[in-house]
Write a protein of this length. Structure first.
Length: 176
């Protein structure tokens, strides 16, 4: 049912919170067909979110691996800001719903994959713990920026905040 997932993602991109009927209509399928493959609207949304998070984490991990010798965690910050900096208002409208849908397990699993990729660039017994703290912290600040529209920092202004946080968790002179 790739058409259903693609239609749902398109509706997300437009900043709408799609209904089951809206998803079916956009995908060009009947509501009965939608329920044949999915338990309901939240099941569709969870599938879309899980798939998107997995693809985006694959992109982040590729960037981390490409930046060998560079501060690899900056790849996470740069990716977030490049990908979502201009779509903040859309994410702000959808974030409460996205947090409610049951995709949390897949998001945590993918965050752990990113932490593993960062840890692979570090040395020492605390590498994975440092990488996990870094990813959780960066994602927390980024999520706060999305949800709090009164925090009027631009992506360019947010970047040094996130990079400063990284340097606080993983010293710049840490062995690689």
């Amino acid at each position: 049912m790739r058409a259903v997932l693609a239609a749902t993602e398109q509706l997300f991109e437009r900043g709408t919170d799609p209904s089951a009927g809206g998803i079916a209509k956009r995908a060009g399928v009947s509501i009965g067909s939608l329920y044949q493959y999915f338990r309901g609207r939240d099941d569709v949304l969870e599938s879309v979110i899980s798939d998107r998070v997995r693809r985006e984490c694959d992109d982040v991990i590729a960037r981390i691996q490409e930046r060998e010798g560079d501060e690899p965690a900056t790849a996470v910050v740069d990716y977030l800001l490049e990908t979502y900096g201009s779509r903040r208002t859309m994410l702000h409208r959808l974030m409460p719903h996205l947090l409610r849908v049951g995709a949390k397990d897949s998001v945590l699993r993918e965050r752990a994959r990113v932490a593993e990729a960062i840890a692979a660039t570090l040395e020492g017994p605390e590498a994975f713990t440092q990488a996990q703290a870094l990813v959780a912290g960066v994602m927390g600040v980024f999520q706060t920026w999305i949800l709090d529209l009164e925090w009027d920092a631009t992506p360019a202004e947010l970047r040094p905040v996130l990079l400063g946080m990284i340097r606080g968790v993983i010293p710049v002179d840490a062995p690689r």
